[in-house]
Design a protein around this ligand. Structure first.
Ligand code: NAI
Ligand code: MG
Length: 352
């Protein structure tokens, strides 16, 4: 069957890096007759907003629903407020398509200059993506006054937490991993985080072969830096997962190398694949953005579509190019362009 992909390049470096990722997928289609894929590109972006007064058309979600997956670049433009771009485009997609898992691999690729070269860093962060600390429940009392108070509620549900935990354990099982690490803070946050712990423990009982360890988030942040090689699957609430993801990304080489997946595990709706980075206005238009995060995000998409084999080919090719050290974008200390990096990765795929 043909995989139908909706492509949303977005703003800034988004279109520059998405272009390279699509070319990689097109090459794989050419090389492997069993791999059929079709793209439809949507120009929903800040540019679109400036012309139409909205980030995407009214029926955008109905349109997207018909695709097997969404490949997303990045959005953000100085001419449109960031909360508009995010809340009118990314959030409606994540929420309506029940993409309640945010999956971020933290893997030290071969050939990446990094202080942890001797460690085998290869784990994933499974972040709760729909509830938790990022709720709009709460408010402010006595605005502007000395005695002003703000209350921001965290919503942790047993069902929501069990679903993320189950995803984490099942992922661990599928990948042959032995440990799931839960990020908590139930010593200080005694209502929501205790429920988190209970729900995660309850799910853990269904996976006797997998060891569950819980760490307080502050200690866990330190362990990410001190012994990042120790983790396999880390499961965390929305806020904790957000912070750990950026920390994880920094530990293994930075934003240019960090992919992510927003997953609807049930497959009722399309999942969305995007680099962790934004539209990088400081380098946009210069053709020097690192396309690896985007290309790797496309590899995560292939994994989700059941083509782990092709995802592995992409990762091997990326590592080959990094190991050769000849072609590197400025974020990795080189002077190559986005398209040179993309072409070398495609050349490496053809050699494999
Ligand atoms: P950013 O990720 O766009 O950039 C941070 C720094 O990393 C910049 O110096 C940039 O040049 C560098 N960088 C990012 N990606 C790179 C790549 N592929 N290759 C080389 N260098 C790279 O984050 P920032 O500056 O905080 O936000 C810029 C805009 O992006 C804002 O409008 C923000 O709202 C938006 N944004 C959008 C996201 C999304 O679409 N999911 C996520 C994060 C930010
Ligand atoms: Mg973040």
């Amino acid at each position: 069957t043909t995989h139908k992909i909706a492509v949303i390049p977005g703003d800034g470096i988004g279109p520059e890096v998405v272009n390279e990722a699509v070319k990689v997928l097109e090459l794989l289609k050419k090389l492997d007759p069993s791999f059929e894929i079709e793209f439809e590109t949507f120009d929903w972006s800040s540019e679109y907003y400036l012309r139409h007064g909205k980030m995407m058309p009214e029926d955008a979600l109905d349109t997207l629903k018909k695709y097997d997956a969404i490949l997303f670049g990045a959005i953000g433009d100085k001419r449109v407020p960031d909360d508009v771009t995010i809340w009118e485009l990314i959030m409606p997609i994540r929420k309506n398509f029940k993409q309640y898992i945010n999956l971020r691999p933290v893997k030290l690729l071969k050939g990446v200059p990094c202080r942890y070269m001797d460690e085998n860093i290869d784990f994933v962060i499974v972040r709760e993506n729909a509830e938790g600390e990022y709720s709009n429940s709460g408010g402010r009392l006595y605005p502007g006054m000395e005695q002003e108070i703000a209350v921001q509620n965290t919503i942790i549900t047993r069902t929501g937490t069990k679903k993320v935990a189950r995803f984490a354990f099942e992922y661990a099982k599928r990948q042959g991993k032995r440990t799931v690490t839960s990020a908590t803070k139930s010593n200080a946050i005694i209502h929501s985080m205790k429920l988190w712990d209970e729900a995660v423990n309850e799910v853990g009982k269904d996976f006797p072969a997998i060891h569950l360890q819980s760490y307080y988030i502050d200690a866990l942040a330190a362990y990410f830096v001190l012994r990042p090689g120790d983790f396999e699957v880390v499961v965390a609430s929305n806020l904790f997962g957000d912070i750990l993801s950026d920390l994880g990304s920094a530990v293994v080489g930075g934003l240019g190398l960090s992919p992510s997946a927003n997953l609807n595990p049930e497959g009722d709706f399309p999942s969305m694949f995007e680099p962790v980075h934004g539209s990088a206005p400081d380098i946009a238009g210069k053709g020097i953005a690192n396309p690896i995060a985007q290309i790797w995000s496309a590899a995560l998409m292939l994994e989700h579509l059941g083509r782990e084999d092709l995802a592995a080919v992409i990762l091997d090719a990326i590592e080959q190019v990094l190991v050769q050290k000849e072609v590197r974008t400025p974020d990795l200390g080189g002077s190559s362009t986005t398209s040179e990096m993309g072409s070398s990765i495609r050349a490496a795929i053809q050699q494999l």
